[in-house]
Structure formats: structure tokens, C-alpha cells
Design a protein around this ligand. Structure first.
Ligand code: HEC
Ligand code: HEC
Length: 170
């Protein structure tokens, strides 16, 4: 039950280590160069939304690294991620809900169908990050579902759901 949280815990302890490390003397290692900002042409800002049986790519990666203000992928995704099965294969039967209360309760703000790669994405406006929302995933061909027990302020699901913590659904 607690093992899936370990990568998150490790990332947090690394962060606190960094925070505790005293500043280096000038003349030590040069600070890492931030990535150069990209010139994102406005022509890339097209509406996009995943559909059942559609295709995409890069399952499991952070889609917003490219499909966002600092990337060159078409569409600025507001919510995107990847759903896998219990044995970690793409789950193309997934339907994602974002709602104002846990387990699909309250108002359902967004419904998305995963495509053939198990990826779901949209460029529609959502009230994130001001109004955090509760994700729920459901299998369109069975009774299976799974939901996040606390709300997320970010629609970039794969930033957290990586490695041993994917969005999974039987
Ligand atoms: C490293 C950058 C990068 C990442 C990460 C990335 N994409 Fe893309 N994506 C692109 C680029 C560039 C294109 C346009 C060229 C192409 O089709 O490969 C594209 C094209 C697409 C298209 C096809 C658009 C069309 O109309 O043909 C879809 C759908 C898509 N991406 C979805 C996703 C999803 C979902 C994710 C995350 C699981 C993702 N992408 C991650 C860069 C990226
Ligand atoms: C800030 C990090 C973060 C973001 C962003 C995030 N999640 Fe989660 N999510 C978690 C954590 C941590 C858990 C708890 C894992 C556990 O209990 O083992 C979780 C649990 C879940 C679960 C419950 C089942 C499981 O896989 O453990 C689902 C389903 C889920 N998230 C879906 C989503 C979706 C869909 C998105 C994007 C709309 C999203 N999450 C965004 C961190 C995040």
C-alpha cells in the first residue's frame, strides 16, 4: 500500500537535501543553464481532445513538456496523462472524470476518453489550478474504477504518475 509513494518520498527528501546544502563558493561549479525559452508559434495553439481509438505517442511521459507554453507540440494541453492496466499495459478503455468531490462526486467538470495508447488529453479550459479537482478513472467495458483520494491542482498527471506510480485501472 505504501510502496507506490516511495518515489515521491525520495523526491521530497532529495529536495530537502538540496535546500539544506550551503551555497557554494563562487568559482565552484557553474550553475546549470536553464533551457532556452522556445518561440512557440501561435499556429500550434489548436484545439485538441483525445477520443476512443485515436492515436498519439510517448505514453507515460509528461505531455505538457511539449504540448504547453514551453514546447513545440500542437495544442496547449490543460489536462493530459496516460492510463495503464494492472499489468502496466496501455489501457485504451479508460474514461477519466475530473470532479469537485472525490470519486466522481459533486460537479463533473471534465470527461475524457483515453485513446488507443491509453493517453487522454484536452486543450479545453479547466478551473485548475485555482480549483483543485478529483480524478477518477473508469473502465468503459467493465465495472472497474479507481480514484485519487485527494484533489490535484495540476492537470499534468504524468509529472507525478511515473515509474511505479502510474494511473492504473484493471
Ligand atoms: C518531447 C515532446 C513531446 C512530448 C513529451 C509529447 N508530445 Fe505529442 N507531439 C509532439 C510534437 C512535436 C508533435 C507534432 C509532430 C508529430 O506528430 O510527431 C506531437 C503530436 C501529437 C499528437 C498528434 C497531433 C495531430 O493532430 O496529429 C498527439 C495526439 C499528441 N502529440 C499527444 C501527446 C500526448 C498525449 C503526450 C503525452 C503522453 C505527448 N503528446 C507527449 C511533441 C511531444
Ligand atoms: C502532484 C502529484 C499528482 C498529480 C499532478 C496527479 N496525481 Fe494522481 N495521485 C498522486 C498520488 C501521490 C496518489 C496516491 C498514490 C497511492 O495512494 O498509492 C495518486 C493517486 C491517483 C489515483 C488512484 C490510484 C492510483 O493510481 O494510485 C488515480 C486514479 C489518479 N491519481 C489519477 C490522476 C490523474 C488522472 C491525474 C491528472 C488529472 C492525477 N492523478 C494527477 C499524485 C498526483
Amino acid at each position: 500500500m505504501h510502496t507506490p509513494l516511495r518515489p515521491v518520498a525520495r523526491a521530497l527528501s532529495l529536495l530537502s537535501l538540496v535546500a539544506l546544502t550551503p551555497a557554494c563558493d563562487p568559482g565552484d561549479e557553474p550553475p546549470p543553464t536553464p533551457p532556452a525559452p522556445v518561440e512557440r508559434p501561435a499556429s500550434l495553439d489548436v484545439p485538441m481532445k483525445s477520443q476512443r481509438d485515436g492515436t498519439s505517442h510517448r505514453a507515460g511521459e509528461n505531455c505538457m513538456a511539449c504540448h504547453g507554453p514551453n514546447g513545440l507540440g500542437p495544442g496547449r494541453f490543460t489536462v493530459a496523462g496516460t492510463a495503464v492496466t494492472g499489468d502496466r499495459r496501455p489501457n485504451p478503455n479508460t474514461t477519466l472524470l475530473l470532479s469537485t468531490e472525490r470519486n466522481g462526486g459533486g460537479t463533473v467538470v471534465l470527461t475524457l476518453e483515453a485513446d488507443a495508447n491509453g493517453n487522454f488529453y484536452t486543450t479545453e479550459p479547466v478551473p485548475l489550478p485555482d480549483t483543485p479537482l478529483y480524478p477518477k478513472v473508469m473502465n468503459a467495458t467493465s465495472e472497474a474504477y479507481n480514484f485519487m483520494p485527494f484533489p490535484t491542482a495540476s492537470g499534468a498527471c504524468n509529472v507525478c504518475h511515473v515509474g511505479r506510480l502510474p494511473v492504473f485501472l484493471e
